[in-house]
Design a protein around this ligand. Structure first.
Ligand SMILES: NC(=O)c1ccc[n+]([C@@H]2O[C@H](COP(=O)([O-])OP(=O)(O)OC[C@H]3O[C@@H](n4cnc5c(N)ncnc54)[C@H](OP(=O)(O)O)[C@@H]3O)[C@@H](O)[C@H]2O)c1
Length: 253
């Protein structure tokens, strides 16, 4: 049985990945998120059998549920997308302990744990797509822990791509810029939502996902949608990060 696994499938980019994955050569789609009702709605829309995992991935034990399901079935995984993630705007000292550790727990620890759990079941030619962010190209005051978590995803995924070359598994770190999803509702539910006020050059989730799937098929280790985001990546490589951070502090408000 061939399966695709998508975390964060209840909204935004994860949901788009799930819809696209269901059109591919898979026997089953496994979807993970906290909002079970949303996952059930998604199931209704898709023509492929869907297995729903209503899990809070911030809880360390939750990944075992997925792992046990993999152990029980005769499953080969052709696609894993780690799209579950969140951001909270604000300076670190203004944020609650739950916010800062939650971002690390989901964006870093859960992504790593899910990848590790799924790896033994990945088939040759399988693909892993990890949602990082342009925020990972440099440190970002006012989105500090989030940006640091995405720098981890970017580095971890690029090195993993090399480690898995002999097994024929591709890992692609997707680095979206601002993208129209529920991300902003979540990011603004915090002590100081006005810490980041400007969101220029917003992308559409479907465009980011289409480009990510294409880049993953081509075996690319990084996928960046949009000229402005590519320019951002280049700028973060060329200029000292103290200058990039100073520019960001002017732009964000
Ligand atoms: N939108 C942007 O501007 C942007 C830019 C760069 C990178 N990204 C990254 O893109 C990824 C997808 O985000 P999005 O923009 O599509 O935002 P979104 O619509 O808010 O989607 C986030 C997904 O993560 C899931 N999630 C959140 N907390 C979870 C938890 N504790 N356990 C399990 N699932 C959880 C949510 O489902 P439930 O709430 O149902 O659990 C939802 O399905 C994230 O990693 C985000 O950091 C977004």
């Amino acid at each position: 049985m061939k399966a695709a696994i998508i975390t964060g499938a209840s909204s935004g980019m994860g949901r788009r990945f799930a819809v696209q994955a269901a059109k591919g050569k898979v026997d089953e789609l496994w979807v993970v998120a906290r909002r079970e009702d949303r996952l059930k709605e998604l199931e209704q829309e898709l023509d492929v059998p869907v297995r729903i995992f209503p899990l809070d991935l911030e809880q360390p034990g939750s990944v075992c549920v997925l792992e046990n399901a993999l152990k029980e079935g005769n499953i080969r995984v052709s696609l894993l997308v780690n799209a579950a993630g969140f951001c909270k705007f604000g300076k670190t000292a203004e944020q609650s302990r739950a916010e800062v550790t939650g971002m690390v727990a989901l964006n870093v620890a859960a992504l790593t744990a899910v990848t590790q759990a799924v790896l033994p079941y990945m088939e040759r030619g399988g693909r892993i797509i990890q949602i990082a962010s342009v925020a990972g190209f440099q440190p970002l005051p006012g989105m500090n822990v989030y940006a640091a978590s995405k720098a981890y995803v970017l580095h971890y995924s690029r090195a993993l791509n090399r480690e898995l070359k002999k097994q024929g598994i591709t890992v692609t770190a997707v680095c979206p810029g601002w993208t129209k999803t529920e991300f902003f509702d979540v990011a603004k539910q915090t002590e100081n939502p006005g810490e980041v006020k400007n969101f220029p050059l917003m992308s559409r989730a479907e465009d980011v996902v289409r480009k990510a799937l294409k880049d993953s098929e081509k075996g690319k280790d990084v996928s960046v949608f949009g000229f402005h985001n590519k320019l951002h990546r280049l700028g973060a490589k060329l200029f000292p990060h103290r200058l990039v951070m100073a520019a960001w502090e002017r732009i964000k408000n």
